[in-house]
Design a binder for this molecule. Structure first.
Ligand code: FAD
Length: 522
């Protein structure tokens, strides 16, 4: 161990421990069981098993501590627990995440005021809502022919189901009312339906939210050749002879720097910090950090009409994390004609104050959200300032971001649509829809985008291998090259499965070759 807690060399070094990095660990553990794997995560372990969703922590105080510990340099700042509550206009992060202190907006640009990150084992998936819709139409990646198969694999890894909220009061009613105004002219796959969620119910009825722990699975945790190192900042990807050769790590506990040699390096450090690490490593393809996109988000509240407490099942029990079984989630899928994606959540409390003598029937408050697909622009980017450092000592981020005229048109259409949907389910709680500040979706994409060819407009191949550095792979939403409105994690985990299989295939054939070489020299 060279006097440090790290090995001197491994087959694969993985940076980050979010769901996409974890998908690499899982697929490699399943398909290349002899390969040595080291995963490095800058943040602390905040849950058990490592990477588990913090909503699964029953004790509210311990849950809150886990969220705080995930907030990096932002820990201690006021947070805001639902997107709708951002309406106050205050610049606040969601629990478990933190915002950029500066460099998020420049004069004459929209910027991304609430671009956020999480620093903890499990990444943002220890805090997410777990909605896992599939991309459709132009959201899909035309040059990945087996995308559906990969999405099936990703659903398996994330434990996606549409049944977690079966029995939630009024969810059939919500879907029916939405369908009555939205389904006309849509093909069956695009009609209103239950949202696929990475959530399951334990035998005792409690809801369990999938985090990176579920993606890793027992096969990774029990792999004797897999090690996860928390509080370990990767400061540089090492390249020798033009190929990936390992990583340099700063042990956040001791402050010491170490190098670990690796045949393959996978960087899954989120869509802002993956390009940051490549930049810091002087791997700077023309498309690095470019085509940054976030899904502009419109929200609106409504209250189901014609329902009463008696209609709500009496035995619906509270689950942990403040989210209860009342919370059905409906999905209004994206279409190319209506390029927004609807996530309609039933709540058990109103986001706006109601009169004291007006009790809320559980499940009757409906929070509507539409995510819009961005008009992709090369100039929208996260850039890095070599002359300034972030709180970890990495090159500081500078975000340049604008909404185009087309983006504003789509937003206007989304606003009209959300009011139509809100009125269909009940009585609006808001006077008008609210457009959240850029960055609110927490779905940042495009910054290490894949392409069919190395034409200067992409960073990596369809296998997620960086064009200019063989052996270096990138993972995460940054790899998605299309303009999507649907929540991106299922897609980025699917792309990670493909990349991991590519590495496993190469490792297995090199192992077979070296075995046959040994036989020949005997
Ligand atoms: P992350 O999960 O962000 O993990 C990246 C990890 O890399 C982090 O832990 C970070 O600390 C680590 N890291 C960064 N730099 C370094 C470095 N230099 N060295 C070592 N480690 C490093 N998505 C959906 O699809 N559906 C949803 O419903 C949804 N809801 C969300 C709700 C909330 C409140 C939040 C916070 C997020 C939500 N998301 C949702 C987004 C989703 O969580 C992310 O898409 C997903 O976690 C991205 O996975 P990732 O592996 O690419 O990165």
């Amino acid at each position: 161990m060279g006097g440090s807690r790290y090995p001197d060399a491994v087959d694969i070094a993985i940076v980050g421990s979010g769901p996409t990095a974890s998908a690499y660990a899982r697929i490699l553990s399943e398909t290349a069981p002899g390969a040595t794997i080291a995963m490095f995560e800058v943040g602390p372990t905040v849950s058990n098993p490592p990477g588990a969703h913090v909503k699964n922590i029953a004790d509210p105080e311990r849950r809150s501590l886990a969220q705080r510990a995930s907030e990096g340099s932002g820990a201690g700042a006021e947070t805001v627990s639902s997107p709708g509550a951002v309406k106050s206009g205050e610049r606040r992060a969601r629990p478990g995440t933190y915002l950029l202190p500066d460099g998020y907006v420049f004069p004459g640009e929209d910027g991304m005021p609430v671009a956020a990150m999480s620093s903890n084992v499990g990444g943002m998936a220890a805090h997410w809502t777990a909605a896992c819709p599939r991309p459709a139409g132009k959201e899909r990646i035309a040059f990945v022919p087996e995308l559906d198969q990969l999405l099936d694999d990703a659903s398996r890894l994330l434990g996606v189901t549409t049944h977690a909220f079966d029995g939630a009061p009024f969810s059939d009613l919500v879907r029916e009312r939405l369908a009555a105004v939205a389904d006309n002219g849509r093909k069956p796959a695009y009609r209103v339906q239950s949202m696929p969620l990475a959530v399951h119910r334990r035998d005792d009825g409690a809801l369990m939210w999938s985090g990176s722990d579920v993606v890793m699975g027992d096969v990774t945790r029990e792999n004797p050749h897999f090690n996860l190192f928390d509080e370990s900042l990767v400061t540089r990807v090492l390249v020798a002879g033009g190929v990936a050769a390992g990583v340099e790590i700063q042990d956040r506990r001791s402050g010491e720097t170490h190098q670990v040699a690796a045949r393959y390096v996978v960087v899954g450090a989120d869509a802002l910090r993956t390009p940051q690490l490549l930049w810091a490593s002087e791997i700077r393809p023309a498309a690095l950090g470019r085509y940054l996109n976030d899904q502009a988000q419109v929200v609106f509240g409504s209250r189901l009409r014609d329902v009463s407490e008696g209609d709500s099942p009496a035995d619906v029990q509270d689950a942990q994390g403040g989210l209860s079984a009342y919370s059905g989630v409906a999905w209004v899928p994206y279409t190319d004609e209506a390029p927004f994606h609807g996530q309609i959540m039933q709540l058990d409390a109103s986001p706006v104050p109601l009169a004291d003598d007006d009790p809320v029937v559980p499940g009757s408050i409906v929070g509507l959200g539409l995510f819009c697909a961005k008009d992709l622009q090369r100039e929208d980017r996260v850039a890095f300032d070599d002359g300034a450092r972030d709180s970890y000592g990495m090159p500081a981020m500078r975000i340049h971001y604008r909404l185009t005229e087309r983006d504003h048109d789509v937003l206007e259409r989304a606003k009209q649509e959300i009011v139509r949907l809100g009125k269909a389910v009940g009585e609006p709680l808001d006077e008008r829809p609210f457009v959240l500040p850029p960055g609110s979706s927490l779905h940042y994409q495009g910054t290490t985008r894949m392409g069919a060819t190395d034409d200067g407009e992409s960073v990596c191949s369809p296998d997620s291998q960086v064009w200019e550095v063989p052996g270096l792979f990138v993972a995460g939403n940054g790899v998605i090259p299309t303009s999507t409105a649907c929540n991106p994690t299922l897609t980025s985990v699917a792309l990670a499965v493909r990349g991991a299989r590519r590495i496993a295939g190469e490792l297995t054939s090199s192992l077979l070759l070296s075995k046959s070489d040994n036989r020949m020299t005997k």
